[in-house]
Design a protein around this ligand. Structure first.
Ligand code: BEZ
Length: 389
């Protein structure tokens, strides 16, 4: 027999559910503004992020916190000079509830500035710029990916363990390259290693020949690099064609070989990289994600797809806590900060500055896969220098 109290709480619950549904309805559709590259060297990275995010939304029946999701998309071309105009299209013209983007660190910094000024929610599904979870950090800015420092630092420790002493670095001259190299140096030099030369070229230039000739002349023990997307494909092929792969080991932040192996073919064989994802995690969580991604897109997922999916998860956690209210930044941030995010990469939490604290894996290219050899750095947190929240 039901007591008065249970009858009352059942009625209260029904009323609450009806009110929440009505509240979600009143708020209308949830407008998600994707600012991602659709052209240029990072175009395929943008597609994978978009795919991953939409897969998460589809798993929720097309709704987050009861609100039907609508997408608008801007191609940012990985061009920092167009970034402020592009992000303002989403904030001011399209009036989006949340911005999801982007890949390129320079573009992400302009987006963070605009998000901070307008108070719009921003979830960064790739760009690893230190500034956005450092001096520019804010309660409404979150990152589902990594900081550029993290994989670099882990690889610095790996290179030390391998006994290397003299290393040359080579990258694009912009925030991502500079910070990946800084991470590598922090990990490598604390073990007594020495970076003897830092080589770079402007983004997205891929004329590597003169720099490869310089590497051959310097005869280092090994080379550390950050390149991604189309540039990574060309670099790995050119390194091999220059005859360097046989004599000087090449190490990288894992973007060097993620989402690129089909195009790199045998030139990428056996390369060692460090990253927060790999192709053979063999956990139930990852296997179900991979199966569902492959079924939906007829493609294998890569790290970018995982980061897009986890950007969706962060949005879901925050908005479920605020009943779909994207303006309640305090409630959103409280929920996300308290959450353990059940990522295909393995569970992770966000640091105080809203960057993932996560395991960084050592991977080796075998055929078309980045096969995990072990954990290079356990629960690695970015220092988040300069973040005051
Ligand atoms: C970046 O600009 O932060 C970035 C771009 C591609 C892959 C990884 C990082």
């Amino acid at each position: 027999m039901q007591t008065k109290r249970t009858l009352l709480s059942a009625a209260a619950f029904a009323l609450l559910a009806a009110t929440s549904a009505a509240w979600a309805q009143n708020q209308g559709k949830l407008k998600v503004g994707f600012m991602l590259p659709a052209t240029g060297t990072f175009a395929s990275l943008g597609t994978a992020i978009d795919n991953g995010f939409r897969l998460y939304v589809a798993e929720q029946g097309g709704k987050i916190a009861g609100r039907e999701v609508e997408f608008v998309r801007v191609d940012d071309e990985s061009d920092p000079s167009k970034a402020t105009d592009n992000v303002n299209k989403l904030i001011k013209r399209d009036n989006v509830d949340v911005i999801v983007g982007t890949v390129h660190s320079g573009v992400a910094m302009a987006m963070a500035k605009a998000a901070k000024e307008s108070g719009t929610l921003l979830i960064i599904p790739n760009a690893g710029a230190a500034a956005v979870t450092g001096p520019m950090c804010a309660p409404n800015i979150f990152r589902s990916s990594f900081s550029n420092w993290q994989p670099g630092y882990a690889m610095g420790e790996v290179a030390t363990k391998k006994g290397h002493k003299r290393i040359v670095t080579i990258t694009w001259k912009y925030a991502a390259g500079d910070e990946a190299v800084k991470g590598f140096k922090d990990g490598f030099e604390k073990g007594g290693g020495n970076v003897i030369k830092e080589l770079s070229l402007p983004f997205p230039n891929v004329e590597f020949q003169a720099l490869l000739t310089e590497i051959a002349a310097l005869k280092p023990d090994a080379v550390f690099t950050f390149f991604a997307g189309g540039g990574a494909v060309k670099f790995v092929k050119d390194y091999s064609a220059a005859g360097l792969k046989k004599s000087i080991p090449l190490y990288g932040s894992g973007f060097l070989t993620d989402g690129t192996l089909e195009a790199q073919g045998a030139d990428a064989a056996d390369l060692l990289t460090t990253l927060h994802y790999g192709d053979n995690l063999n956990t139930k969580r990852d296997q179900s994600f991979r199966l569902s991604y492959a079924k939906t897109y007829k493609l294998q997922p890569d790290v970018y797809a995982v980061q897009g999916y986890d950007a969706g998860q962060i949005l879901g956690i925050g908005l479920n806590a605020t009943k779909g209210d994207a303006k309640n930044i305090t409630g959103f941030a409280q929920a996300v900060r308290a959450a353990k995010i059940d990522s295909p990469r393995g569970p992770f939490i966000l640091s105080k500055s809203h960057n993932p604290v996560q395991d960084i894996y050592l991977r080796k290219v075998v055929g078309k896969e980045n096969v995990i050899e072990g954990i290079a750095s356990k629960a690695l947190a970015d220092p988040g220098l300069g973040c005051k929240m």
